[in-house]
Design a binder for this molecule. Sequence first.
Ligand SMILES: [Zn+2]
Ligand SMILES: [Zn+2]
Length: 138
Amino acid sequence: MDDTYLKDLRAKGFRLTPQRLAILRILEANGGHLTPLQIYQQAVQQIPGLTEATVYRNLTFLAEQGMVLAAHVGSGQLVYEIAGHDHHHLICRICGQSCEVEHSLLQDLIQRFYEQTGFQVDTPHVTFFGLCPGCQGK
Ligand SMILES: [Zn+2]
Ligand SMILES: [Zn+2]
């Protein structure tokens, strides 16, 4: 995470506490999905005395600010990831295998929604459930 980015945030009046910064850096370094517990386990090594409740509170805050994305994957489990690359998930109902698809694949569909209903979809992160190639026809 470069300093310009952090400076921008501060200029917007965004309070970057050490806890929030640690969470953002952990998610950025990981690049994928982490559960709140996994984030806590890494963050507490950098910030001794940190509590799980604090991590949960800050994750909620960062999600409200659009800095991180929250998603429900698999068995309704909540995971977080750094915001920035818009993508969606395809998750297999049977084996739980997941893959990512680029947001651009949905652009036409979203445009059609808009033409038909006037509704502007702004969700950069959607999970679709179905059957992966290996589980089809079982
Ligand atoms: Zn995701
Ligand atoms: Zn499967």
